[in-house]
Design a binder for this molecule. Structure first.
Ligand code: FPP
Length: 254
């Protein structure tokens, strides 16, 4: 098998990305931070196309965290406008590529103009199946877990679910998470050189392989993605169990 052919077992089904470094990239070029976010959208556009080529089925990106609301109001406003404009620019193309846009997060906090464009794009792309693009917007894992807790309590109070069916079930929370029905990420990439998870998909990342790169998000390209995928292809995923000898053999063959 040549390295260009896709070996489905070694291509992660779900890749999550913390797209960090837009601000630093812009400052290094003597530009405003907002220009860095603009370049970040271009990087995301390239990465979606590349992910489709690679056979990745789910791509989760952290576009705006719950904590990002605390940034200077001009930057927050610029980001909200950029997101609305990016949907105008790219939603049709993404849809033609077979991308399903799937926001995760507290989208009621988004300005109405951005939210309505987003919901329209969600509706228009709902039946696409080539790649599901999960976009973390006003998202944090602790928000998501708290939101799940609210739903669980409501269902208990209404008598729709019993406490005993929730207790002693380590995965009982899953149907209440924003990622309900989506397989957990196989690979998490964080750009920008920081070595942390920053409140992204904390529950779902339990057995995810991690890849950190110094590359700033606006510079992320097909080669950067390939580097992360090559690293993933050489990992020995055990999910807390022991490895069977022939699993290793397969890896060496590839
Ligand atoms: C982190 O860089 C990046 C963000 C907070 C925003 C990422 C958003 C995009 C790439 C746009 C996404 C758009 C759509 C339509 C989904 P940073 O500003 O924290 O960079 P720094 O660490 O260098 O300051």
């Amino acid at each position: 098998m040549t390295s260009k052919q896709i070996n489905k077992e070694l291509v992660p089904r779900h890749v999550a990305i913390i797209m960090d470094g837009n601000g630093r990239w812009a400052v290094r070029q003597g530009m405003s931070r907002s220009k860095g976010h603009f370049a970040g959208v271009e990087a995301l556009h390239r990465t979606v196309a590349e992910a489709i080529k690679q056979g990745i089925k789910y791509l989760s990106v952290y576009a705006f965290s719950s904590e990002n609301w605390q940034r200077p109001s001009e930057e927050v406003e610029a980001l909200m406008i950029l997101m609305a404009e990016s949907l105008d620019t790219y939603a049709d193309e993404l849809s033609a590529q077979g991308v399903r846009i799937y926001p995760i997060g507290d989208i009621m906090r988004l300005p109405e103009s951005t939210r309505l464009k987003l919901l329209d794009a969600v509706k228009r792309t709902a039946n696409n199946t080539t790649l599901t693009l999960l976009v973390g917007l006003s998202y944090s894992a602790r928000w998501e877990i708290n939101n799940a807790l609210h739903q669980m309590v409501q269902e208990i109070e209404k008598g729709e679910v019993s406490i005993s069916s929730l207790l002693n079930n380590p995965t009982a929370i899953e149907p209440y998470l924003a990622t309900k029905g989506i397989p957990d990420p196989d690979l998490l990439i964080r750009t920008g050189g920081e070595l942390r998870i920053s409140n992204f998909l904390l529950y779902q990342l339990a057995y995810t392989e991690l890849f950190f790169t110094e590359t700033l998000w606006p510079d992320f390209n097909a080669t950067s993605l390939q580097e992360a995928l090559d690293s993933y292809a050489h990992r020995n995923r055990r999910f807390g169990k022991v490895t069977l000898a022939n699993e290793n053999d397969n890896k060496e063959e590839y």
